[in-house]
Design a binder for this molecule. Structure first.
Ligand SMILES: [Zn+2]
Length: 117
Protein backbone atom coordinates (compact mmCIF):
# COMPACT_ATOMS: atom_id res chain seq x y z
CA UNK A 1 0.00 0.00 0.00
CA UNK A 2 1.29 3.43 -0.81
CA UNK A 3 1.12 6.23 1.69
CA UNK A 4 -1.52 8.00 -0.37
CA UNK A 5 -3.72 4.90 -0.31
CA UNK A 6 -3.31 4.53 3.40
CA UNK A 7 -4.16 8.16 3.98
CA UNK A 8 -7.22 7.83 1.75
CA UNK A 9 -8.44 4.81 3.68
CA UNK A 10 -7.63 6.52 6.90
CA UNK A 11 -9.68 9.61 6.27
CA UNK A 12 -12.61 7.47 5.14
CA UNK A 13 -13.04 5.94 8.55
CA UNK A 14 -13.64 6.97 12.11
CA UNK A 15 -11.24 4.79 14.02
CA UNK A 16 -11.66 6.04 17.52
CA UNK A 17 -15.41 5.63 17.70
CA UNK A 18 -15.50 2.09 16.38
CA UNK A 19 -15.30 -1.26 18.06
CA UNK A 20 -12.27 -3.27 18.92
CA UNK A 21 -12.08 -5.15 15.63
CA UNK A 22 -12.02 -1.95 13.66
CA UNK A 23 -9.73 -0.47 16.23
CA UNK A 24 -7.11 -3.12 15.62
CA UNK A 25 -7.58 -2.72 11.87
CA UNK A 26 -6.91 0.95 12.41
CA UNK A 27 -3.79 0.12 14.36
CA UNK A 28 -2.55 -2.06 11.52
CA UNK A 29 -3.24 0.74 9.10
CA UNK A 30 -1.41 3.19 11.28
CA UNK A 31 1.54 0.85 11.47
CA UNK A 32 1.47 0.66 7.67
CA UNK A 33 1.37 4.40 7.49
CA UNK A 34 4.36 4.81 9.75
CA UNK A 35 6.26 2.13 7.86
CA UNK A 36 5.48 3.84 4.57
CA UNK A 37 6.63 7.08 6.11
CA UNK A 38 9.87 5.47 7.24
CA UNK A 39 10.29 3.84 3.83
CA UNK A 40 10.28 7.22 2.12
CA UNK A 41 13.62 7.69 3.85
CA UNK A 42 12.89 11.28 4.72
CA UNK A 43 15.50 12.64 7.03
CA UNK A 44 13.42 15.59 8.10
CA UNK A 45 12.40 13.65 11.14
CA UNK A 46 12.78 14.58 14.75
CA UNK A 47 14.74 13.31 17.68
CA UNK A 48 13.39 10.51 19.78
CA UNK A 49 11.12 11.92 22.49
CA UNK A 50 12.98 10.00 25.17
CA UNK A 51 14.82 12.58 27.29
CA UNK A 52 18.43 12.77 26.28
CA UNK A 53 18.11 10.48 23.27
CA UNK A 54 19.42 12.04 20.09
CA UNK A 55 18.48 9.28 17.65
CA UNK A 56 16.58 10.48 14.63
CA UNK A 57 13.13 9.13 14.02
CA UNK A 58 10.63 9.20 11.20
CA UNK A 59 8.26 12.15 11.63
CA UNK A 60 5.37 9.79 12.29
CA UNK A 61 7.17 7.81 14.96
CA UNK A 62 7.20 8.70 18.63
CA UNK A 63 10.79 7.75 19.14
CA UNK A 64 13.52 5.29 18.34
CA UNK A 65 12.75 1.60 18.47
CA UNK A 66 14.67 0.95 21.64
CA UNK A 67 12.87 3.59 23.67
CA UNK A 68 9.46 3.03 22.15
CA UNK A 69 9.52 -0.52 23.43
CA UNK A 70 10.54 0.64 26.89
CA UNK A 71 7.18 2.33 27.26
CA UNK A 72 4.41 0.27 28.83
CA UNK A 73 1.99 -1.20 26.28
CA UNK A 74 -0.89 0.85 27.69
CA UNK A 75 0.91 4.10 26.96
CA UNK A 76 2.03 2.95 23.54
CA UNK A 77 -1.53 2.04 22.74
CA UNK A 78 -2.76 5.47 23.78
CA UNK A 79 -0.16 7.17 21.65
CA UNK A 80 -1.41 5.14 18.72
CA UNK A 81 -5.00 5.89 19.54
CA UNK A 82 -4.50 9.61 19.59
CA UNK A 83 -2.01 9.83 16.76
CA UNK A 84 -3.48 11.16 13.53
CA UNK A 85 -1.64 10.52 10.30
CA UNK A 86 -0.61 13.85 8.89
CA UNK A 87 -0.23 15.52 12.28
CA UNK A 88 3.53 15.31 11.94
CA UNK A 89 3.25 17.45 8.84
CA UNK A 90 0.57 19.84 9.95
CA UNK A 91 2.28 20.14 13.35
CA UNK A 92 -1.11 20.16 14.98
CA UNK A 93 -1.46 16.97 16.96
CA UNK A 94 -4.73 16.39 18.72
CA UNK A 95 -5.08 17.72 22.24
CA UNK A 96 -5.31 14.13 23.44
CA UNK A 97 -2.01 13.28 21.80
CA UNK A 98 -0.30 16.17 23.52
CA UNK A 99 -1.74 15.03 26.85
CA UNK A 100 -0.55 11.47 26.35
CA UNK A 101 2.85 12.70 25.24
CA UNK A 102 3.08 14.60 28.52
CA UNK A 103 2.04 11.54 30.49
CA UNK A 104 4.75 9.57 28.77
CA UNK A 105 7.34 12.12 29.90
CA UNK A 106 6.01 11.78 33.46
CA UNK A 107 6.18 8.01 33.26
CA UNK A 108 9.77 8.12 32.04
CA UNK A 109 10.73 10.45 34.87
CA UNK A 110 9.17 8.16 37.45
CA UNK A 111 10.45 4.90 36.04
CA UNK A 112 13.71 5.74 34.40
CA UNK A 113 14.78 9.01 35.97
CA UNK A 114 16.82 10.76 37.03
CA UNK A 115 18.87 10.61 33.90
CA UNK A 116 22.44 9.61 34.26
CA UNK A 117 25.00 11.43 32.19
ZN1 LIG B 1 15.46 6.99 21.79
Amino acid sequence: MTKAEITARWTGQQWSTQGLRDWSAGMTLKADYVRAEIATGKTGGHHCHWPGCTRKCAPAAWGCREHWYKLPPALRRRIWQTFRPGQEQSKTPSREYVLVAREVQEWIKQNHGPLKG
